[in-house]
Design a protein around this ligand. Structure first.
Ligand SMILES: [Zn+2]
Length: 193
């Protein structure tokens, strides 16, 4: 009985983590973040940020394809191997697939969207020309809003999702935090600017 529970937990853990690997790992290396200040500093708006939002969006949806692995292995395991382990795999990866697909028919939007990248572009365009907040606008995305680094004017209010940088809380805690938040902004009152 205890063995079955342990195997079920192991299966559901793997089914939970594996499809999130693209978001967890693909952009965290130093080489991928030379254009960004270290986490959790504000990220300057610009093509690199837009590109990062779009990349994370791709990694997020890539998770659906990766989820086919635990779904397949889970199916095989229920059929021919250890059913507790297989059921755990099935349950958590199946839940992830359902959860992500429901975004297509409504409900919570993914943490990174094309609309988000477009919105950032609009904010950046707004700092050029006659409507600029000051002479040397430097818009950057902080924890809860986009603010000009030069004159401190708030240009856009939006909580910042994870942006694929190596997290300041270290590899293990950072990864756990991401597994819990799934990339969505985690705003604590203390972190409020
Ligand atoms: Zn300004």
């Amino acid at each position: 009985m205890i063995q079955a529970i342990l195997l079920f937990s192991l299966g559901s853990f793997i089914g939970h983590v594996l499809p999130r690997f693209p978001v967890l790992l693909l952009s965290r290396g130093r080489g991928f973040n030379v254009h960004f200040p270290p986490h959790p500093d504000p990220v300057p708006l610009g093509p690199h940020l837009n590109q990062r939002v779009l990349h994370l969006r791709t990694f997020y949806w890539l998770g659906l394809i990766v989820a086919l692995i635990p779904l397949g292995v889970g199916f095989a395991s229920v059929r021919w191997g250890n059913s507790a382990f297989g059921f755990g795999l099935w349950l958590s990866s199946g839940w992830l697939v359902l959860n992500r697909l429901q975004a297509l028919i409504g409900g919570q939007k993914p943490p990174w969207t094309r609309a988000m990248a477009e919105q950032l572009q609009v904010v950046m365009d707004g700092t050029k020309g006659s409507l600029a907040c000051c002479s040397w606008p430097a818009p950057a995305w902080g924890m809860t809003r986009v603010r000009c680094g030069n004159c401190s004017k708030v240009l856009h209010k939006a909580a910042r999702p994870d942006l694929g940088r190596k997290r300041s809380d270290g590899r293990i805690v950072g990864m756990l935090r991401l597994l819990v938040s799934d990339g969505y902004p985690m705003i604590h009152p203390i972190e409020e600017e």
